[in-house]
Design a protein around this ligand. Sequence first.
Ligand code: ZN
Length: 216
Amino acid sequence: MYMRFKKTLVVTALLGGLVLLTLLNRKVSFFVGGFFLHTGYVIQDWAESFHHELTDHDTVHPNEVFKTVMAQNNLQAKVWQVTPNIKDRKPKALLILCIDPRLDDNRILGDTRGYYDIIRIPGSVITEEVAEAVELAVVKHEVKLVMVITHTDCAMERLAASEDGRHHYPLLAEGINNHSKRMQTLSHRPAILERLQKQQVWVIEKRIDTKTGKFL
Ligand SMILES: [Zn+2]
C-alpha cells in the first residue's frame, strides 16, 4: 500500500515538474509543442482518405480537389472552435522560400504562426513584385530580418540551367541565373538600404539542406 502511494507520488511529481518546466521554460515549451505538432501531422498522415498522389499524372478531377479543400477547412474550423484561442503575433522575419513541398516551413522552423511572413515562389526568385513585397514588409510591418532561402536539389535551379527550362520559364530562369545581382538590387532599394545602414533590418541569404531541413 505504502509502495503504491510512493509510486503515485513520484509519477505525479514528475508529471507536475514536466508541466511546470513546459510552462516556465521557453525552450522546453517550444520543444514539447513542436513534438505534439509533428505527432499531429503523423496522425493525419495515417488517414489516407485525402488525395496525396505523388505522381504528376494523377487523374483526379479538379472538383474532387476543391471538395477536399472545403471539407478540410470545415473540419479545421471545428478544431478552432474546441481549442483555445492563439495569441496575436507580429511578424519579425520575412522568408522567401521555394515552393518545393519538401520544404514545410512548420517542420523547418517549428512554429511559423505570426513570427514569419512567408513568400513562396519557385527557386526563391526575387522578381520585381517580390522585391516590392519585401520593401512593404520592411517599411510597413517593420520586419527585422529578411531571409532569401534557397535549397539543395532545387528543381527550379535545374530547370534554369537547362535549355528547355530557359525556353519555357524564361522569367524564372533569368531570375535564378541573376540571383546575386537581384540580391544586391534588393538591398539597394532606397527604403531598404536606409534601414540596413541604421541596422534596423538585415537582408541575408541562406541555403537549406532539403534532406535534413537544416540551414547549411
Ligand atoms: Zn526549389
